[in-house]
Design a protein. Structure first.
Length: 335
């Protein structure tokens, strides 16, 4: 049996987040606390993004309320698959996966986030100076005629040996995706993320076609929202990259096992969760057995209340940084 508690958070963003679904001004979610009879305590972060296809916050909260103050471990692990965020949070509160060697892992590089449009050009120098070598630029925000010519201007700003990731968040149709991929060929573009919307008509064949027709790798983000998506794309022989947001993934541990087995290229990424969820997601990233790609956790400062950011955006994250995130302090801050 576990003693169970949950607290709701409303955290205004440091700056509103622009998405294809509108402007997002505050992060809402739940922190969970589980205390085992033995006295061991674990925490979890339920951070849904409904337009990615997760459960709603209200649905997750209703399940938490139904647990009551005391809950048996089998009730915690017997939730329907669609509660992906709650399942992730409970998994982290239950303390899986254990990694006795965690503290000895090498630091992992982090990708620096650049604003959309021309504003990115002015941001590169300071981030390069800070030590970042992978940069991520949001595209598909403006008209292609305005945006595409900026690519070479931006590449000219990058330090030697740097890599650029483009994230279209599904904004393009086939013609636009092809024009971008033609331009990216023979340029230092590490990958183009989600050029076609996950729910576009024929998206699967379009994405496979683009991946085979152009040399720049393509990454799936919105297309891999649960373990079922991961296994489906693996069975299709997806040749590109998988962007994983563990906080949205449900049984992230299982998905990661499949990806490791297939020797797939994986980028671990933030879902704009609090430091509690970030800690659990980064533990999975450090445990990943595969080629380490720069982490998609260069997102801060994220919240007005910076205690919930956990880590200040830095070019590398070390295991000690992750262990230093004090979940109990954040839990208490909501009390
Ligand atoms: Mg993305």
């Amino acid at each position: 049996m576990f003693h169970f508690g949950f607290r709701r958070y409303h955290l205004p963003f440091h700056q509103p987040v622009r998405t294809a679904y509108g402007v997002w001004t505050e992060r809402e979610g739940l922190l969970l606390r589980l205390e085992h009879e033995s006295g061991a305590v674990g925490f979890g972060d339920v951070a849904p993004i409904e337009w990615f296809g997760t459960e709603t916050l209200a649905e997750a909260e209703e399940v938490c309320r139904s647990f009551g103050d005391h809950v048996a471990s089998d009730a915690l692990t017997r939730l329907p698959d669609r509660f992906t965020c709650l399942r992730f949070a409970l998994g982290s509160a239950l303390g899986e996966p254990g990694d006795p060697d965690f503290e000895n892992k090498k630091a992992l590089p982090v990708a620096a986030w650049l604003s959309a449009g021309r504003a990115a050009l002015d941001q590169v120098a300071a981030k390069a100076e800070a030590g970042f070598r992978t940069f991520k630029w949001k595209v598909g925000v403006a008209d292609i005629a305005d945006e595409l010519p900026l690519l070479d201007d931006l590449i000219a700003e990058l330090p030697n040996g740097a890599k650029l990731r483009l994230d279209a968040n599904g904004a393009w149709d086939r013609r636009r995706a092809e024009r971008w991929l033609e331009r990216c060929a023979e340029r230092p573009v590490e990958f183009v993320e989600q050029p076609i919307a996950a729910d576009a008509k024929g998206a699967q064949d379009l994405l496979l076609g683009l991946a085979h027709d152009y040399p720049t790798p393509i990454a799936l983000d919105e297309s891999v929202m649960n373990t079922g998506d991961v296994t489906r794309w693996l069975s299709l022989g997806w040749p590109g990259i998988f962007v994983l947001k563990p906080a949205l993934l449900g049984d992230a541990v299982e998905a990661i096992r499949f990806l490791e087995k297939a020797r797939a290229a994986v980028v671990f990424s933030s879902a704009l969760e609090t430091a509690v969820g970030m800690k659990a997601a980064l533990r999975l990233a450090f445990a990943f057995r595969g080629e380490p790609r720069a982490l998609g956790f260069g997102v801060g400062p994220l919240f007005q209340d910076q205690r919930f950011d956990g880590l200040y955006p830095a070019p590398f994250i070390r295991p000690q940084d992750v262990l230093g995130i004090d979940e109990e302090a954040l839990w208490n801050a909501l009390g």
